[in-house]
Design a protein around this ligand. Structure first.
Ligand SMILES: NC(=O)C1=CN([C@@H]2O[C@H](COP(=O)(O)OP(=O)(O)OC[C@H]3O[C@@H](n4cnc5c(N)ncnc54)[C@H](OP(=O)(O)O)[C@@H]3O)[C@@H](O)[C@H]2O)C=CC1
Ligand SMILES: CCCCCCC/C=C/C=O
Length: 329
């Protein structure tokens, strides 16, 4: 009999999540039946979506939602061998049982030199968000200028690098000078610290006096309200996330975006990456190839130990991560 550790959301978050909103519990796992597998989480992901989705989909006492890279400990399913690694969507759990239908094996030919945790970041859901958001939602073309915020994070850092691979100029912003230095290191043409500039309006104008063809918006709120006025004619905005609003207790007012939308004939489209998962294999293959070729760099903020899941989640929401925030069990 295996005992799993799990983290539950004890209390709905009010404003910014607190460690006291979480509780660690134990779950006894049953013996395996034919067709089932026992898995242990090796890496777990902490992501911004957990904050708004907890409010929409979870009730108090539920195990926190989330994905992991897990190792198959024991298999009574002929399609899966013990020792193989998969991506699963089983929440904040150290161990779990699956019948195999909800597991994705890591791509064949995953190089030994690459951390398997990349399957939760640059070569996983966040990388795919950048890939489909940029190429399909923004419909980015070579020679264009791309703006991305939360640029040093899991999604944003891939957006910027894919824009460069695609022959564009890329402008990004992040919340610390060390993040800005990281953006320059991975090839951003212009990067700034949005917390220390005096005027976002002036900074955006200076970074690209002709404006922006594509805006990959991870942040929403006031930043997006200002950036929309810097779009070029026929500009495209991918509304990916609104992290500046996830912890609001009172909804922000405005902005009123009709004028720039009309006069510049802009397109603005929200999207959820999983709607593109019918092309997941294509995206994973492309991202993995660019990583192996050294064209797509990655950085991970690794927190050690399952016990620190809430701290890692809160830290990511506070902006402590460069690249993908990961917990190593
Ligand atoms: N639509 C979809 O399918 C998906 C959407 N997303 C969204 O993409 C965005 C980025 O996600 P992801 O890359 O995983 O996360 P990140 O790795 O970028 O981590 C979150 C970052 O957001 C920034 N941030 C936090 N609070 C604020 C704030 N008030 N204003 C501005 N920036 C803030 C912080 O960076 P900094 O120091 O720069 O402030 C922090 O590091 C999120 O909004 C997320 O919800 C992600 C995946 C799929
Ligand atoms: C299987 C994990 C699904 C994650 C979907 C994330 C969508 C994100 C939206 C906003 O952050």
């Amino acid at each position: 009999m295996v005992t799993a550790k799990v983290w539950v959301m004890k209390k709905h978050f009010e404003g910014f999540p607190q460690t006291s909103d979480f509780e660690m519990k134990q779950e006894e796992l049953a013996n395996l039946k034919d067709g089932e597998l026992l898995l242990e989480s090796v890496f777990l992901s902490v992501d911004p979506y957990m904050r708004p989705y907890s409010k929409r989909d979870m009730k108090e006492g539920d195990v926190m939602i989330g994905t992991q890279v897990a190792r198959i400990v024991e298999s009574k399913n002929p399609a899966f061998a013990a020792g193989a690694f998969v991506v699963a969507n089983k929440g904040w759990r150290t161990h779990f049982i699956s019948d195999g239908t909800d597991l994705n094996l890591l791509p064949a030919g995953w190089p030994e030199s690459l951390p398997r945790s990349l399957a939760l970041g640059t070569v996983g859901m966040p990388g795919l968000t950048a890939y489909f958001g940029l190429f399909e939602v923004c419909k980015m073309k070579p020679g264009e200028t791309v703006l991305v915020n939360a640029a040093a994070g899991a999604v944003g850092s891939v957006v910027g690098q894919l824009a460069k691979i695609g022959g564009c100029k890329v402008v990004g912003c992040a919340g610390s000078d060390s993040k800005v230095a990281y953006l320059k290191k991975i090839g951003f043409d212009e990067a700034f610290n949005y917390k220390t500039i005096t005027s976002l309006d002036e900074t955006l104008r200076k970074a690209s006096p002709d404006g922006y063809d594509c805006f990959f918006d991870n942040v929403g709120g006031e930043f997006a309200a200002i950036a929309i006025n810097h779009m070029k004619k026929y500009g495209r905005i991918a509304v990916c996330g609104a992290i500046s609003q996830y912890n609001d207790t009172v909804p922000q007012k405005g902005p009123y975006i009709q004028f720039p939308m009309i006069f510049n004939e802009l397109s603005m489209k929200g999207f959820i990456v999983t709607s593109w998962y019918n092309r997941r294999e294509e995206g994973v293959k492309a991202l993995l190839k660019w990583v192996v070729e050294g064209k797509l760099k990655y950085h991970e903020q690794v927190t050690e130990r399952f016990e620190n899941m809430p701290a890692a989640f809160i830290g990511m929401l506070k902006g402590e991560n460069i690249g993908k925030a990961i917990v190593k069990v």
